[in-house]
Design a protein around this ligand. Structure first.
Ligand code: FO1
Length: 310
């Protein structure tokens, strides 16, 4: 069984590639919840939804999030009424946020809600949140503190990124599904998807019980770099790295993943390609996933690399 840690669009794409090359019982996808927030009283879980829609084959490719073929009547009316329209909720997407909110209010855990919503969308793989307790990414910028979606969507990542905080992380616990995947005697490898190491994987590592479990995992742990040619494929990762004084590239994963990753797949042009840095071996490949065939190819290469590691 393969455990994939995913967040954001890049994470969902590789998770989808893994889902296509593995049987359903062979893959567990643990998803970042740091981007989650409550909007208009609704619990929004962007990374869980992007992974779920992608594995269900109904992801909106143009937007990178939400449902393909979405309609926006709700947003039209909300805007006409002068409501907050910086965060777009599609009509179909809305049905899921409402159902999730109802089930959470009835006392179901985020894991239970996530599993049931995936099942009802015909997804056979196991998708679990990293934790059932809230962990909320807060970005400290030159304009002050911004909850993640305010920074990422409302302000379009324009404020200068100074540092980041994961509220709730210290008291959050690893989710049951992630815990059992890591304890599964059939676990073969851990794959850290090409997600933003700070924004999307950082929340996982901020929860002590998750970090400890990843440190002590006895299986090969492979990461795919989200950087190509010194920039990020999508999202603000390269801008954030530069604002953190880092060179955007696979080598910066050494700092963020030290002790939890044994090998990295990075792009051919990446300066780290072919090197071993602080015990992390960097292997070059074409890491850009333009389509599902690329997703499957990269997934196959990740699994092949993992199987060469002790
Ligand atoms: N991203 C945007 O850039 N604009 C939006 O209006 C927006 C709405 C939205 C609604 C539901 C959802 O699940 C995701 C949404 N996203 C939107 C994407 C979201 O901000 C990102 O997917 C993650 O938080 C970062 O990976």
């Amino acid at each position: 069984m393969i455990l994939a840690l995913a967040g954001g669009v890049g994470g969902a794409r590789l998770a989808n590639g893994l889902a296509r090359v593995l049987t359903p019982g062979e893959l567990t996808v643990a998803v970042n919840i740091g981007d989650d927030f409550t909007h208009l009283g609704l619990p929004i879980c962007p990374d869980i939804d992007t992974v779920t829609y992608t594995l269900a084959g109904r992801n909106n490719h143009e937007l990178g999030w939400g449902i393909a073929g979405e309609s926006w009547a709700f947003m039209d009316e909300l805007r006409a009424l002068g409501g907050p329209d910086w965060f777009n909720l599609g009509d179909r997407d809305l049905a899921k946020h409402m159902l999730r909110g109802e089930w959470l209010r009835q006392g179901q855990s985020l894991s239970q809600v996530t599993t049931e919503l995936a099942r009802r969308q015909g997804i056979p793989q196991v998708i679990v949140p990293m934790s059932d307790e809230p962990v909320r990414t807060v970005v400290l910028t030159d304009e002050g503190e911004l909850p993640f979606q305010d920074y990422f969507v409302r302000r379009r990542c324009e404020p200068r990124f100074l540092s980041i905080r994961f509220d709730g992380a210290a008291s959050a616990n690893i989710s049951p599904g992630l815990q059992s995947a890591l304890a599964d005697p059939g676990l073969e490898a851990i794959v850290v998807c090409p997600s933003n190491p700070v924004l999307s994987i950082g929340p996982f590592l901020s929860v002590p019980s998750i970090l400890d479990a990843l440190h002590s995992a006895k299986v090969p742990r492979v990461a795919v770099s989200p950087f190509i040619g010194g920039d990020a494929v999508k999202g603000p990762a390269a801008k954030i790295m530069r604002e953190l004084g880092e060179q955007p590239g696979a080598a910066c994963l050494v700092r963020y993943y030290c002790g939890i990753i044994d090998a990295v797949l990075c792009d051919h042009e990446d300066p780290a390609a072919g090197k071993v840095i602080d015990g992390m071996a960097f292997h070059a490949t074409d890491t850009l996933m333009k389509d599902e065939a690329d997703q499957q190819r990269l997934a196959t290469e990740v699994l092949a690399l993992a199987r060469t590691l002790p």
